[in-house]
Write a protein that binds this ligand. Sequence first.
Ligand code: C5P
Length: 406
Amino acid sequence: MTRVIVGVGGGIAAYKSCALVRRFTETGHEVRVIPTESALNFIGKATFEALSGHPVHTGVFADVPEVPHVRLGQEAELMVIAPATADLMARAAAGRADDLLTATLLTARCPILFAPAMHTEMWEHPATVANVATLRARGAMVMEPAHGRLTGSDTGAGRLPEPEEIFSFASLLLERTDAVPRDLEGRRIIVSAGGTREPLDPVRFLGNRSSGKQGYAIARVAAQRGAHVTLIAGNTIGLEPPASVEVVHVTTAEQLKVAVDKHAIGSDAVIMAAAVADFRPVNVAAAKIKKGADEPNSIELTKTPDILAGLVQSRRDGLLAGTAIVGFAAETGDEHADVLTHARAKLARKGCDLLVVNAVGEGKAFEVDHNDGWLLGADGTEIALDHGSKALLASRVLDSLGPLLR
Ligand code: C5P
């Protein structure tokens, strides 16, 4: 059971912290909530007490013999501050200890994750920018806020990332024993995710079981490591767009190719996590195909373009000079060879820099939240990717991508 402290700042997004606390307790974590006094203007103390199953205090003068700020901080294995307001981050950056939350931040030696929420002007103000830089320089992880509708009618950067996204990132900090580096600042990365759908008629298509979860995790982690990420998404199972990521929706392999080719130009890396259909129906019926005298008994197929191979060819032709290219391979072994042997052959055939290999079938890789596999490099390196969350796998792939960037 991991001991997690959820700190809550005084912003309207404080209501989302309830879902976050719930997510932690449901997954077996021991949660203590420490709100600021102003957070209690938005959510009652009783709500946090009921959700966490522990008493809740805001100041250091409750329960004095227990010295709670020292005990809580020393015992915590993770601190997540959501929402982190401009004021709270300013106090944390200055090393203030004027309430239980800031005092606990000073005694904690565990990973600390701030999930900011504020108006765009406050997020972009040089004072906040400097405070965020200070916190990051000291090893805290400050998430990029989401873009979108803020309180009132304005939109922009500053929305609290969704509780699920904060939870997934917090879990990554617990899974990774080393810190998640912020090493992709200024990089432009294109990620494709999800499955394509090739229409047969207006209601039917040929598709696949890709959920998009792995590609979304890569986009999310790359953005939180500072990259500007464009996510080109095929069919996914209702995934929330990751915070601070530009999302382009496509349906067919052909549309995916057009979008990838367009966005790849001038990018630092393209990561092809999408499950692209290899074949599409030659004819797409304008009206729904009916049973009866004219019913078809076969579907004629034609090959779709191999987008990944096309990117590698463009790079050879000098069009994508300096763009690193990562492919995925979902493999099953067969009577000829095992998963890794097939994957090595695929890496050579595709000509990309890295190939992420997943063994699929029997509930593995597709649709689930965990993954494992191997990472094969064009230079012959082979790294086993241990079983873990898709965010952890994403993070390991980005670790290997970093040194390949120009
Ligand atoms: O050959 P295979 O489909 O197994 O290769 C998988 C890799 O190639 C993935 O990275 C996938 O995104 C990419 N791909 C592609 N265009 C296709 C088929 C696969 O870019 N038509």
